[in-house]
Design a protein around this ligand. Structure first.
Ligand SMILES: Cc1ncc(COP(=O)(O)O)c(C=O)c1O
Length: 486
């Protein structure tokens, strides 16, 4: 590598600032540790408060980076292989918003997966863009949404030659990736941008045993929640660009739009030092995490009634690869939903796991887990299996998703339209004012701005009667819904 990845420019300059400790007449008001509640100082120590600074001669300016932040961003750019990189202090949420604004700002058309994170929709509300939805196929064994395929993207361009770009979530929360290389070729043949929500994938660049990263596969830009998979603080993310198709000035203007004018130096420093860690030790760290996860998966797969996903899912439902540091575990054979597993593991075994759906839960294994964490998870699953194997009744499988309903209003139009609340029974034929995503598979069957079809209503009615888990509606009982006033 051309740059010295041992360097931590932002961290070093803030250390120097703290050595100098200028008399402080600026924002924030707490002046190093002096103004902090002693209770908090006692709990965490004083040093961290000296990193909570503002734009100074020694700290640079995120919105116009030219020295310490710029150097830190350039080191990250080199490490992840981009043309340029920006630090983000409002998570991949603001990165997705900025990408959407950049690709379809002013009202253009973009393709987004039906399971996109809500930040993509927020971007569309801001941008006034028009989405074309691509629905990932459902992997039948686990009931999860898989990948988007190049064939789906090609078919989308046939019907929408004016589409300016395609967004893909890869890896998904479950560690499942799409064939980005193939999708990039299709996009570029149509002069369109491939932009990837890689919130869950920054670590994959460090092991040949993990899926290839978006930038490595030819994506034009991607966002990564560095905080989700490496050692930076919550809310700290990055956006990487490697493309001539992305208007850099427009992207940077959009980042001003979606980020605070007082970005946190604690978050930015955490990105700088996490990048150094990954550069120096990432390969070993990620390899260890993967080995721990794979050994645990093997053991979980010996437990009666419990199973853990393996690479066998690759090739199904558009899944191009699987990041095995995401343990996808199902106790459906024991009759226990993922939602209940989360509660049982937390309250009975003192184990906290990440995302859940009806059939599965996901345990994220990072370099910072150790074997004892995984041993505890495996032991808990053995215990749960022993207690339920004789009595548990397997959970029923899911049913196929209904067709995507008619698109009437754009996300922006529906967001700003007057709405009213009506009984659920009267919703057929109405334009929805909120989206509904039943779990599984967690894909919205209707978005705001779409007209409620008979098929979607009946699918949801069966869900409602089973008291299934839904996300989106402001009335979670689904007895009433917000619809657009017509
Ligand atoms: C797929 C996906 N994209 C984007 C985000 C938003 O990321 P952040 O929490 O960094 O804002 C999330 C958050 O969980 C996510 O799962």
């Amino acid at each position: 590598m051309a740059k010295d990845q041992n360097k931590t420019p932002l961290f070093d300059s803030i250390m120097e600032y703290n050595r100098l400790k200028p008399a402080y007449f600026r924002i924030p008001g707490h002046r190093y540790e002096r103004g902090i509640n002693p209770k908090w100082r006692e709990a965490v120590g004083d040093a961290i408060f000296g990193f909570d600074l503002t734009e100074t001669y020694l700290t640079d300016d995120l919105h116009n980076a030219s020295t310490y932040i710029k150097e830190a961003e350039d080191l990250a750019s080199e490490l992840w292989g981009s043309d340029y990189t920006h630090f983000l202090v409002n998570g991949s949420t603001c990165g997705n918003q900025a990408m959407v604004l950049t690709v379809c700002g002013g009202g253009g058309k973009i393709a987004i997966p039906r399971n996109a994170h809500k930040s993509a929709l927020m971007g569309l509300i801001m941008a006034g863009g028009r989405p074309v939805y691509i629905t990932p196929q459902i992997e039948p064994e686990w009931g999860l949404h898989g990948g988007i395929t190049p064939t789906q993207v090609e078919a989308m361009f046939k019907e929408n030659p004016d589409c300016r770009g395609v967004m893909v979530v890869s890896p998904t929360y479950y560690g499942l990736t799409s064939d980005l290389e193939g999708i990039a070729k299709v996009c570029h043949a149509h002069n369109a941008v491939l932009f990837v929500d890689e919130a869950h994938g920054a670590h994959t660049y460090f092991s040949p045993r993990l899926p290839k990263g978006a930038i490595q596969q030819g994506a034009d830009m991607c966002v990564q929640s560095i905080h989700k998979v490496t050692g930076s603080f919550t809310q700290s993310s990055m956006i990487h660009v490697k493309s001539k198709l992305v208007d850099r000035a427009q992207l940077e203007a959009n980042l001003h739009l979606v980020q605070s004018t007082s970005p946190s130096y604690i978050l930015m420093t955490s990105l700088d030092v996490a990048r150094e860690e990954m550069a120096l030790h990432g390969a070993e760290m990620i390899d260890n995490a993967l080995s721990l996860a794979k050994a645990a998966a093997e053991e979980i797969n010996t437990i009666p009634g419990v199973k853990c996903a393996t690479k066998e899912v690759v090739g199904r439902a558009g899944i191009n690869d699987y990041d095995e540091t995401r343990l996808i575990v199902s106790c459906a054979e024991l009759g226990i939903t993922g939602f209940d597993m989360k509660k049982i593991l937390f309250f009975d075994y003192n184990i906290d796991i990440e995302v859940t759906d009806y059939r599965n839960f996901v345990a994220i294994v990072t370099y910072a887990n150790d074997k004892s964490d995984l041993d505890r998870l495996v032991a808990a699953l053995k215990d749960i299996s022993a207690k339920n194997i004789k009595t548990g009744k397997p959970l029923p499988g899911g049913e196929p998703l209904p067709p995507i309903p008619e698109y009437v209003l754009s996300p922006r139009e529906s967001y700003f339209s007057p709405k009213k609340r009506i009984p659920w029974a009267e919703c057929k034929g109405r334009i929805m004012g909120e989206m509904i995503a039943p779990y599984p598979p967690g894909i919205p069957v209707i978005y705001n701005g779409e007209r409620m079809s008979d098929e979607v209503w009946e699918y949801l009615e069966r869900f409602r009667l089973r008291k299934g888990h839904l996300q989106g509606p402001s009335d979670p009982t689904l007895e009433t819904m917000l619809v657009i006033e017509e």
